[in-house]
Write a protein that binds this ligand. Structure first.
Ligand SMILES: [Zn+2]
Ligand SMILES: [Zn+2]
Length: 245
């Protein structure tokens, strides 16, 4: 389930030098953007650069409301199929439901599922944008949502609902959204909600390395076992849920 890269990478060395139990050295990233929305790279270039960065799996989760959803997912699905056929990567068509009215989120997530979206993320209540209040709660209550991205000052109630409904909560690698990572980590620990690390990559420089992934999670205050869960156990659970394994 967790194939090792064929050669030792600098990231491997950094991971082992930190004496962490996280040892697979492969990267799972379920939050990235292509030029379909506001990313710099075409979907295929994004996925190819992810392969070169040691990724095992990537979800391309462009910003959508309702209008573009069907067109985006048709295009990204074709490129994901091509990437998986020729490259050693799990490529997943996803979306990030962004700046929707909170009351419309669950219906939009259901619609996304019906159009073939495999990973549904919701653009959560980051402290650096005026995301509609109630977005976090709507996301964690929906059976059609996989990830609540950058949830800002997430509450105990929201995280408890996330745990109950199997919605993952994101630790963000993105400037601005990452300002509340420590809070998100502590609320997840208090409630048992499951964490994932998302790059929220918009450029090639934003893609994760193993060393950076570990450092961000350490910076959020996660202990060794919690880092292993966020980088390996929880991604495996999400991949199984999305039908990839
Ligand atoms: Zn977002
Ligand atoms: Zn994003």
């Amino acid at each position: 389930m967790f194939p090792s890269p064929s050669r030792a990478s600098p990231e491997h060395e950094l991971a082992s030098s930190n004496n962490l139990c996280y040892s697979s050295g492969v990267i799972y990233d379920f939050h990235t953007h292509s030029s379909l929305s506001d990313g710099d790279l075409s979907p295929l270039e994004l996925m190819h650069r992810a392969v070169k960065s040691g990724y095992r799996a990537i979800a391309v989760t462009d910003h959508v409301g309702i209008g573009q959803l069907e067109r985006f997912i048709a295009e990204i699905t074709k490129d994901c199929v091509l990437a998986e056929k020729y490259w050693d990567i799990v490529a997943i068509p996803g979306v990030e439901l962004t700046h929707l009215p909170a009351s419309a989120i669950s219906d939009a997530a259901k619609y996304a599922r019906e159009t073939g979206v495999r990973i549904v993320a919701v653009h959560g209540e980051t402290i650096v944008e005026p995301v509609e209040q109630g977005t976090n709660k709507a996301a964690v209550q929906s059976p059609y949502v996989d990830i609540l991205a950058h949830p800002g000052l997430i509450t105990i109630e929201e995280a408890t609902l996330a745990k109950r409904n199997g919605v993952f909560i994101e630790i963000s690698a993105r400037k601005g959204h990452s300002l509340t990572n420590g809070h998100v980590a502590s609320i997840a620990r208090a409630t048992g909600a499951s964490l994932l690390l998302g790059s929220d990559a918009h450029t090639s420089e934003d893609l994760l390395s193993t060393g950076l992934a570990i450092a961000i999670l350490q910076g959020a205050g996660l202990a060794e076992g919690e880092i292993d869960e966020a980088l390996q156990t929880n991604p495996a659970t999400l991949l199984a849920k999305s039908g990839k394994f």
